[in-house]
Design a protein around this ligand. Sequence first.
Ligand SMILES: [Zn+2]
Length: 443
Amino acid sequence: MKPLKIKKWPLLFLIAGAIAVSAVTTTVLANNTTLTVRASVLNVRLGPGLAYNVMGRVNNGTQLTVISKSNSWYQVRLAGNKIGWVASWLVDQNEPSTSSAKVATVTQAANVRASASTTAKILGRLSVGDAVNVVYTEGPWSQIAYHNTAAWVASRLIRDTGRTTTLSTPTQRAKTATTDRTTTTASTATSVTATTAANIRQAAGLNARVVTRVPKNTKLAVIKQSGEWYQVKTSTGKTGYVAGWVVSVPGATSGKVATSLGEATIVLDPGHGGSDAGALSTNGKYEKTYTLLMAKAVGAALSAQGANVVYTRDTDSFVDLEPRAATSRKLKADVFISFHFDSSPKANSATGFTSYYYSSGKSKTLASYLDRGFTNLNLTNRGIAFGNYQVLRDNSQPSVLLEMGYINTDKDFKEISSATYRQQVATDVTQSLTSYFKAGNHQ
Ligand SMILES: [Zn+2]
């Protein structure tokens, strides 16, 4: 058991919230439970609800490994070890886990589509007066149960009758089972602290009216726990409900650590910026420009695998060295990578890239993983080396500094300034980090 690390992003809030707070409603499923996506395209979200941002999409037929279930949402592991949440009613469509649907009437002839888009495949047509069972509504589209599958119709073409109906009983649901994953309940919590600006609602549910909003770090007295929600009282005496996944519970612990890239927080540090241009190429181009481009290319590849990527700067702005390391420390980054390009006293006299570490523990291991992963680059790999850099020295987290070529060597600069090279580095870093986490180095 390790102390729960509260991180500043919704997925982990949720994991923390769901696991620590509501063992009652969260069923942890056997690791080998898989589901098949029956919807044409399925949104994968950062948390168990439509309010969470979409982190990716999966197509019909995709197999998802279920990690846990929270109310009507499954936490799933996707290809590439991404972790996200999908609505249970969108997987195994002939086994809807929501037992009720809203009955609506068709007010204008409507196309029934495979996904929520006017360009999606048409599955059929509805006539005025037809009744449809609406499973849920997202934006201008409503999902309906249609011939034992899920389909979409424009919401403006139907009208809610106010009636509900029961959908066919699930025949085979994902089996619930106790597993090796540890959960800890904290039902006796007398207070919780908002981990982000949080809405206090009239009732336990995302559709309930917002009574008040509290800033991050607000301590709230707990009146009672209600599923995934807490009934709380603010310091000004207002009462209402706050979602369990936006608060932390004192003393709550869980076995949860980032064991895959998809669960990790990666801080990327583009060297220099703003008034600090860094080194120059022989044709007068700035190092700061290419460190930012490189960090963004790597960040995009890592985000695509579900990682929480945080940049120490994402524009051409000056950021001092101390706050760069501080970002890593504050976020308890699983990995910190600083990007730079070398420069030699005499132009065109050196070449290649180097992976630097400062501390000999995890940071050196991390440097080795990255070093070994650079297999497809056109420049010479100069290997790993000790580097006494402030962003590493002041860094409490596993951290490396990559000098990805000599900017004042024309041959190197040709690579440094190419999108292809950045993409190759991004691919290599992503693969190296995947192996690094998979091998349990993080723990
Ligand atoms: Zn530099």
